[in-house]
Design a binder for this molecule. Structure first.
Ligand code: ADP
Length: 334
C-alpha cells in the first residue's frame, strides 16, 4: 500500500512516499520543500509520476496525552487546535497540511503520529514537575523526538540491552532512558526548549533567569521567546553559528566555538549520567540525529566522560521518523 508521509518542521516541509505492508516499509521518494508549500502542488507532482497514495500520515510534534497515533477526525483536530499556544512553532503548519489534504481528497484516511506519544508510558514521577497540584494539569513533562525513539527501539534487542539511553543529537537534541523497551525518562519537558543544550535553544535553565530578564525590562515575552528558541545554544555561545560541523572545524582558533562545543558535550554527558540513574545502570548508549550519526568527534568526547559505566556499549543508529509514520499509517488505515 502506498502511504504519503508529511513531516513539517518550523521552516521546512518534508514529504515521502512509502510502500508499506506486512513485509515492512520501503521509501520510494522524498523531497523537502518550504514549509508553506501548498499540498495541491505535491499531489499534482505525485499524480504526474503516476503515484496515488491510499493513506496519509502526519508528524505532529505535540499531541497532549495521546499515547498512540490516531485517525483524523473532527474532535481530535479541535483538541489539537487548543494546543497551538503550547507549540506555536509547528502545530499551525502541521494542521494546515491536514486541512488541505482533507479539502483535496476528503475520503483519504489520515493518521496523526505524535512526537510526545512515546513518552506517555513513562512513570508518572518522570512526568511531574514540582509545582502545586492546582496548576493547570496540561503543565507536565511531555518529552519530544518520540518517533525517532520509537524507530531506534524497534531496531534494538531489549533482552540483550535492558538499560538503554538514546541520544538524539541534531539541531534539536534530547535523551530518552529506555528500560526493557519502555520509556522511563527523557530530558525535554513541557516544551522542546528544555534538557540538553541545542543548536539555538539553551536547554535547562534556572526559571529565575527568565524572571530576572523579564523583570529587568531587558526582554518582553516575545523577546524572551526569540532568545530561547532562536538565539541561544550553540549559536548563542559561539556567537557565530548553530552548525556543529562548522564549530568543530573552527574550534582550534576560536575560543567561543570551542566553548560552545565543550558546553554541548559536558551537558550531554551530565544528562546521560542522570538518565542512567533512572535506569539503575547503562548497558547501551545509542547516538542518532545529525550530530549523533555523523560526528565521531562529539561521540568520542561524550564517551570519554562516561568511563565509569563499565560494560556499556555504544552504537550509532540512523533514525527514520517518516518510516515510523508510514508504519502506523498503514496499520491504522489498512
Ligand atoms: P534537525 O534537528 O533539524 O533534524 P539534524 O538532525 O539534521 O537536525 O542535525 C543537524 C546538525 O547535525 C547540525 O548541527 C549539523 O552541523 C550536524 N552535523 C551534520 N553532519 C555533521 C558532521 N559530519 N559532523 C558534525 N556535525 C554534523
Amino acid at each position: 500500500m502506498l502511504v504519503l508521509c508529511f513531516d513539517a518542521g518550523s521552516s521546512s516541509l518534508k514529504y515521502a512516499v512509502f510502500e508499506a505492508g506486512d513485509g515492512g516499509e520501503r521509501e520510494l521518494l522524498a523531497e523537502t520543500l518550504d514549509v508553506n508549500a501548498p499540498v495541491k502542488d505535491i499531489f499534482a507532482k505525485l499524480a504526474a509520476k503516476g503515484i496515488s497514495a491510499r493513506a496519509v500520515g502526519h508528524r505532529i510534534v505535540f499531541g497532549g496525552m495521546h499515547a498512540a497515533p490516531v485517525v483524523v477526525e473532527p474532535s481530535v483536530l479541535t483538541e489539537l487546535r487548543g494546543y497551538v499556544p503550547i507549540d506555536p512553532l509547528h502545530l499551525p503548519s502541521q494542521l494546515r497540511i491536514v486541512d488541505e489534504v482533507t479539502a483535496l481528497v476528503p475520503v483519504l484516511p489520515q493518521v496523526l503520529c505524535f512526537d510526545t506519544a512515546f513518552h506517555r508510558r513513562m512513570p508518572e514521577i518522570a512526568q511531574r514537575f514540582a509545582l502545586p497540584a492546582s496548576i493547570d494539569p496540561l503543565v507536565r513533562r511531555y518529552g519530544y523526538h518520540g518517533l525517532s525513539y520509537e524507530y531506534i527501539v524497534s531496531t534494538l534487542d531489549s533482552a540483550r540491552y535492558p538499560r538503554v539511553v538514546i541520544a538524539h543529537l541534531g539541531n534539536g537534541a534530547s535523551l530518552a532512558a529506555v528500560r526493557d523497551g519502555l520509556p522511563v525518562d527523557t530530558t525535554m519537558g513541557f516544551s522542546p526548549l528544555g534538557g540538553l543544550m541545542m543548536g539555538t535553544r539553551p536547554g535547562d535553565l534556572d526559571p529565575g533567569v527568565m524572571l530576572y530578564l523579564l523583570r529587568s525590562g531587558e526582554f518582553t515575552i516575545e523577546g524572551l521567546d526569540h532568545l530561547l528558541t532562536q538565539q541561544s545554544g550553540l549559536l548563542g555561545v559561539s556567537g557565530t553559528t548553530a552548525d556543529m560541523r562548522e564549530l568543530l572545524a573552527r574550534r582550534s582558533g576560536d575560543r567561543a566555538a570551542e566553548l560552545a562545543v565543550q558546553l554541548f558535550v559536558y551537558t550531554a554527558a551530565k544528562f546521560i549520567g542522570a538518565m542512567a540513574v533512572t535506569l539503575g545502570g547503562l548497558d547501551l548508549l545509542v547516538f542518532t540525529g545529525g550530530i549523533g550519526e555523523n560526528s565521531e568527534d562529539i561521540r568520542r568526547m561524550i564517551g570519554a566522560r562516561l568511563d565509569m559505566f563499565e560494560g556499556m556499549e555504544t552504537r550509532v543508529i540512523l533514525t527514520n521518523e517518516t518510516c515510523v509514520i508510514a508504519r502506523h499509517t498503514w496499520r491504522l488505515s489498512s
